[in-house]
Design a protein around this ligand. Structure first.
Ligand code: NAI
Length: 386
């Protein structure tokens, strides 16, 4: 039973995870090397929980309990009695390994040591420990208290007992758990790549402008945001870096190739909302361009992005990255897709998916459009995902 939780790093993710664990009744120790980060985390938590009381989402007593469940500390030895620690410091392998080695000197042998990394190998981080079987990836999404999904990533060293204990704990924390293989991007950051990549590619080909591509995904597909709106929201620098990291991690598989368009936008400082300009202009009074409304064009755009997403989800299943249920749950609860991609494939029909992908492949002769062998086998045997 996990009761005492140590969180390492009190930035965006660490403070959010602390709130989740404290809300579930755990005793949380939040550790950061910078006192300023701890002060900010504490002030933010007060603001957030006060707002939740104002909105009648929690009672004043619950607010006090959440706040009292978190201790803010600036020495690592204070984590000594943790049953579980979750690290959310800088995304740097060497820094994380050094921290884990030091941490292991302070915690008990039974303590689970987890990392919230988005992109680093869990096996590599685990290898820094004397007991690597206690190490696991617990990947929250931002903002951690609001996003339901948590990807859980056992490394090849991780024990079954540690995996089971983490799954139960996160379910008690009211999270949707998707178990993913220790591979680049885990589930969401891998399967979502074509949402951005294929939209950028169509723009580069001159198929349509940003507003029209966004409109297609929203009006035909029911997505809350179009790809360009979402890239502006995430930040073109951040989104480009994730794509680039995934591309390199997959030994330059052209399926994940980053786009020059996005690179130039990032280089120009057109980062999106945070810089006031990205694919769209966010200056006060700026007028958003109107999309084209030709239905045939909108459906063509949507179908191409959807089938590329389905292909990626099918390939993730084919390569045993996660179960079909977890792949669909990850995309609906981690990035709010209107439907799971495999369920969507069933709805559209597997023959439709194969035909569309083969059409793209025959037109371009590029490996990025290769159809997953799983879809092809399913087509040949009339199977569906669910
Ligand atoms: P952040 O920069 O907001 O916070 C990091 C905190 O760690 C800072 O307060 C810093 O003072 C502290 N820190 C740095 N080195 C430390 C050390 N050696 N010991 C103790 N504290 C230390 O970063 P953020 O965004 O919270 O990300 C943290 C981790 O979570 C990264 O690995 C990131 O890849 C991952 N992540 C981030 C997501 C995001 O959307 N921001 C989403 C999912 C995962």
């Amino acid at each position: 039973m996990i009761k005492n939780v140590g969180i390492i790093g009190g930035g965006t993710m660490g403070s959010g995870i602390a709130q989740v664990a404290a809300t579930a009744g755990c005793m949380v120790t939040l550790y950061d090397v910078h006192q300023g980060a701890l002060d900010t985390a504490k002030a933010n938590l007060e603001k957030i929980t006060n707002r939740l009381v104002d909105k009648a989402r929690i009672s004043p007593q619950e607010k006090d309990a959440i706040q009292n469940n978190i201790r803010y500390v600036n020495t690592i030895k204070e984590l000594a009695n943790s049953d579980l620690t979750i690290e959310a410091i800088v995304e740097n392998m060497e820094v994380k390994k050094k921290l884990f080695q030091e941490l292991e000197n302070h915690v008990s042998d039974a303590c689970i040591i987890a990392t919230n990394t988005s992109s680093l190998s869990i096996a590599s981080i685990a290898s820094s420990l004397k007991k690597p079987n206690r190490c696991i990836g617990i990947h929250f999404f931002n903002p951690a208290p609001l996003m339901k999904l948590v990807e859980v990533i056992p490394a090849i060293q991780t024990s079954q007992k540690v995996l089971a204990s983490v799954q139960i704990t996160l379910e008690n924390w009211k999270k949707v758990v998707a178990v993913a293989k220790d591979t680049p991007g885990f589930i969401v950051n891998r399967v979502a790549r074509p949402f951005y990549g294929e939209a950028l590619r169509m723009y580069e080909e001159g198929v349509a402008d940003f507003a029209t591509i966004d409109h297609a995904l929203k009006s035909v597909g029911g997505f809350k945001m179009g790809p360009f709106e979402l890239m502006d929201f995430i930040g073109n620098d951040v989104n480009y870096t994730v794509t680039h990291t995934v591309f390199e991690a997959f030994y330059n598989d052209s399926r994940y190739k980053p786009s020059f368009t996005q690179k130039r936008f990032a280089e120009a400082g057109f980062l999106g909302r945070k810089s006031g300009k990205g694919f769209y202009d966010y200056a006060p009074g700026a007028v958003k361009p109107l999309p084209e409304t030709n239905q045939k064009l909108l459906h063509t755009i949507f179908d191409r992005i959807l089938v590329m997403l389905i292909n990626e989800a099918a390939d993730a299943l084919f390569l045993n990255i996660a179960s079909a249920q977890d792949i669909d749950a990850a995309m609906t609860t981690g990035v709010n897709y209107p439907k799971g991609l495999l369920a969507w494939a069933d709805e559209k029909g597997i023959p439709w998916c194969v035909k569309k992908l083969d059409g793209l492949y025959n037109e371009y002769h590029e490996p990025r459009y290769r159809c997953s062998p799983l879809l092809r086998r399913m087509d040949a045997t009339n199977k569906t995902f669910f």
